[in-house]
Design a protein. Sequence first.
Length: 508
Amino acid sequence: MSVSQRDLDAEIEAREGMTIAEIFARSGEDGFRKVESETLASLMNEEMVLATGGGTPCFGDNMDKMRAHGMVVHLATELSTALGRIEDPSTRPLLAQGEAEVKKLYDSRQPIYRRAQWNVATDGKAPEEVAAAIESGLLATGWMPEFLWSHSSAVSLGERSYPVVCESGIFDSLGALLGGLPPESSIAVITDDNVGPLYGARCIEILEGGGFRASLHQIAAGEGSKSIDVFSSLCDELIVAGLDRKSTVLALGGGVVGDLAGFVAASLYRGVRVVQVPTTILAMTDSAIGGKTGINTSHGKNLVGAFWQPSAVFADPMLLQTLPLRERRAAFGELVKYGLLDGTIFPDIEALAPKIAASELAVDDLLVSVIRRCAAVKAAIVSADERESGLRATLNLGHTVGHAIEAAAGYGTLLHGEAVGLGLIAACRVSRELGLSQGDLEARVGAVLQTAGLDTDLEAWLRDDVLARICVDKKRTGRHLNFITVKSPGQVALTPLDVDELKRILSR
Ligand code: NAD
Ligand code: ZN
């Protein structure tokens, strides 16, 4: 089947009977955006591939309209690549503003572009390669019902692409949704002994209702289960349960279950399909997305594992109602991190803080929207950098000091997210001391963490044993580590920093 291919600028020019430059000259940018928005709306109900201008999604409700009516694909580029592609700068009125302004514009548009369902990396790729990546991504996820896409994101990795869905109530539809995946014989649900009693039986019932053979496999809750022993016994259990190469592993739980079940799926018969059904805020926004799977060894966390992308991530925020308060708060530390990576989310994170601290979690629009947007940031980052060569490293914001605090406290004393919260405060402080941050970001970040009920007393943690741990950070290369600094919400950078300089700043 072929569909028509149209260009929004050409449609605008035809409609107005003048060039884009002439429209800008006649009515300024405001006038142009109005015409653009009208033209876009007039095309929304036709079937076509439409190429829009770079500004189109950034004005009015254009992005919402596009998401509601179809699939939005962001052709992600570095700024230098984008500039290099322009043949005739005189046709681009916004470029006349100078380099710094263009960079500012580029940065401010990234969070908007990331709202596209698909963020497809294009740097260094020929147009045919990009087209093939988009096509194989759409084919790989073609089983997803169309209506679900308006609130979902995709991880774009060619034929290994998959949807990341967050919808209240979607748990009950799992049987039907998985039916859309390629045919399979049976599903092994891996869960832990907190989540299993709450949702295990229902999950099996829902899957059987969808026509699957389903078995339930329960591990002890907690980090201790990310071990070679539990991994090994799970593999045996799944073989005994009759799983074959066509089977699917379904990870029902938090990051522990997701990492372990993902690694089992990556290894069993050299790899079977895995579907992630995250049940913690952390797993919904982070660990279930991106395909990092693994277990711990006596030498450290996550030292053995594999990249193994899931076929789908289905998050149902209703399941969060049973998540213990402390877990919810700790996950909030990581949400604040996302707010710092994407400044457009930060105000909603601030609004969410008191709700996180409440004894009963309200699963409302704000919570669902924050989870979706954080998950979309993770999905876009993974799409651009699956193996963590650059961009994905920014996800470690707050973790250099956070990990040191977590380890010095003794694993299990502080939850990871609690330590990350403190690490974020440290990152703000270091950024300020290096002259890189604006305003009192440390106070703002401290306030939002405190409202959510997290420990913000960084001073108490800047002990010698914590500082000593910073040396053994695995991200360290030579005497320098790549510290992730933050200028303001949305503006982070990898900053090479001498370890001793970092310690000096922190011990002031
Ligand atoms: P977790 O899986 O240990 O879950 C936290 C606790 O909440 C557990 O006791 C669990 O049984 C319980 N629980 C989970 N969902 C529940 C629910 N809906 N109702 C009631 N109780 C529930 O912890 P986590 O914070 O989700 O994940 C932490 C793990 O994730 C770590 O092992 C970390 O290494 C890993 N991680 C992985 C990645 C990745 O990219 N793969 C990223 C970040 C973290
Ligand atoms: Zn983390």
